[in-house]
Design a protein around this ligand. Structure first.
Ligand code: GTP
Ligand code: MG
Length: 169
């Protein structure tokens, strides 16, 4: 199970919430901190892959190249990827980098769902607005794509996401 998303979107927080371990993945206040691919074994045959975040503006060119090379290296080898959980910030339209990532997943034929993070930061009106808007913003990935509001803070979506993951294993 692979977790992808831009820097600071809440990947490490999600992993800590889902797998119920404090500091399994380091939560950073400094975006761009997770610059390696982290693998966690959660069951005998199940590996969680925390991809390094992308799209952090202040990252130097050399770092960006390193990120791209790491991704190529990762996806070029046979991986037996059961599911990619693509994180986007629920508050905003997906970034250009998010679209590049999702189009790559789509073109590579990798099964993916979208988790819309930080849902707790929206009030009810904004929440409903963004939920509907995301459906349209992600229309190119098909009407059937799963879009799951998620909050590491409040736990929204955690049980559902666990079920989805169990379902593909
Ligand atoms: P990098 O490893 O730097 O790429 O970031 P990341 O995607 O792992 O994000 P991380 O989990 O470190 O979270 C970044 C910041 O967002 C931290 O300050 C978190 O506390 C906060 N955050 C993450 N998820 C949520 C959420 O669901 N709700 C709220 N309110 N804050 C969140
Ligand atoms: Mg992280």
């Amino acid at each position: 199970i692979v977790f992808a998303g831009r820097s600071n979107v809440g990947k490490s927080s999600m992993l800590n919430r889902l797998f119920n371990r404090k500091n399994l993945a380091r939560v950073s206040s400094m975006p761009g901190k997770t610059i390696t691919i982290n693998f966690f074994k959660v069951e005998n045959d199940v590996r969680i892959v925390d991809l390094p975040g992308y799209g952090y503006a202040k990252v130097a060119k050399g770092e960006k190249r390193r990120w791209a090379e790491m991704m190529e290296g990762y996806f070029q080898s046979p991986r037996n990827i059961k599911l990619v959980v693509q994180l986007v910030d629920m508050r905003h339209k997906p970034s250009e980098d998010d679209y590049i990532m999702m189009r790559f997943l789509q073109d590579a034929g990798l099964p993916f769902i979208v988790a819309a993070t930080k849902s707790d930061k929206l009030n009810k009106t904004q929440y409903n607005e963004r939920k509907n808007a995301l459906r349209e913003e992600l229309a190119e990935f098909g009407d059937n794509i799963t879009i799951l509001p998620f909050s590491s803070e409040k736990g929204e979506g955690a049980e559902e996401l666990k079920k989805i993951i169990e379902g593909v294993l």
